[in-house]
Design a protein around this ligand. Structure first.
Ligand code: PYC
Length: 332
């Protein structure tokens, strides 16, 4: 029998799970985190599927591992592992990873109060705020974000014509606002979103080829962001972000909020210095902000900030054992 053991710290960021692998992560090859991500997917994807999918995880499971940084300006590197693959960047994941890693004493930032993170999408700076020996909240300065396309449309059988903007916030998001065939998130159930989302993503990727303005290794719409009115009058907008095959983010989604900020900025609805309170499906809130303007190729984008909180739920030792027919996980 060959059995691999993984020590994990489990938690959640505003309701969405975070499983931080603190022991058992492989050593990866590659001169930057995008190359190391490709190496992981080629040689170790069984670790991701085994730790994220049932029976050790579930449709929404999301995790990360800390690695030595590939760039000198960073304290640590992070590889995100999800049921959907290895995202270039994950905002709720970063807030969770920073909270759990600091509370467990796993990283010692060279500048107190800030962690410089090497992610596959680029440098992310996480400021953290402590209270009574715990991390109360984390505000990350995300990668440059921008509106890539506006007014794209596809026809979906049973739903009709749907118009979207596509914005980048560390991943590419098709942002769906209220329109003739979508009455806004507040009027639509979860089952409906889970049915529409994969079909909409497929139709968009079949019709349009979306690639990052300065790094074509990042391409394709991976997430669908449904938008609507918030449930609380202290929030500005509500979203539900679909990713993978069945996941709907329980948090307001950090990279999704960054993409939404970039879209609203491009439209003139927000400006540098503005903030937006973004509510999730379950009512948890991230505060998004526009720190400064940024240029990505020909696009006028932004540097967004995202603030949220995470809490530890437990310690977890997981085994991937080759006697187990479900060692590498399954999804229904
Ligand atoms: O918070 O960026 C995020 C995220 C991506 C997928 C799920 N959450």
């Amino acid at each position: 029998m060959v059995s691999s053991k993984f020590f994990c710290v489990d938690g959640h960021t505003c309701g969405n799970p975070v499983r931080l692998i603190v022991g058992g992560a492989p050593t990866l090859h590659g001169s930057d985190m995008l190359e190391q991500r490709a190496d992981f997917l080629k040689r170790y994807d069984w670790i991701r599927t085994g730790l994220m999918f049932e029976p050790r995880g579930h449709d929404m499971m999301s995790g990360a591992m800390l690695l030595p940084p590939t760039r000198p300006d960073c304290d640590v590197a992070v590889l995100f592992i999800e049921t959907s693959g290895c995202l270039p960047m994950c905002g709720h994941g970063t807030i969770g990873v920073i909270t759990l890693a600091l509370e467990e004493g796993l990283i010692t930032p060279r500048e107190p109060g800030k962690v410089y993170l090497d992610t596959p999408a680029g440098l992310v700076v996480a400021e953290y705020f402590e209270k009574e020996g715990y991390i109360e909240s984390v505000r990350l300065t995300n990668v440059p974000s921008y509106l890539a396309e506006s007014g794209l449309s596809v026809d979906l059988p049973g739903l009709g014509k749907i118009r979207v903007d596509v914005a980048y916030g560390g991943n590419f998001y098709a942002i769906v606002e209220a329109q003739e065939n979508f009455p806004g998130l507040e009027n639509v159930g979860v089952a409906q979103l889970l049915e529409w989302s994969p079909r909409l993503r497929q139709a968009l990727n079949d019709k349009y080829k979306i690639a990052h303005a300065t790094d074509a290794r990042i391409h394709g719409v991976s997430h669908i962001q449904w938008t609507g009115k918030p449930g609380s009058d202290t929030a500005d907008w509500r979203n539900a972000v679909f990713y993978g095959e069945k996941a709907l983010d329980r948090s307001p989604c950090g990279t999704g909020t960054s993409a939404r900020l970039a879209q609203l900025y491009a439209r003139g609805a927000l400006k540098v210095g503005d903030t937006m309170r973004h509510e999730s499906l379950i009512g948890s809130v991230f505060v998004g902000g526009i720190k400064e303007a940024a240029k990505l190729g020909d696009h006028d984008g932004i540097i967004p900030t995202i603030e949220g909180w995470a809490r530890k739920t437990g310690d977890n030792t997981l085994l991937l054992d080759d006697r187990d027919p479900y060692m590498t996980g399954f999804q229904l």
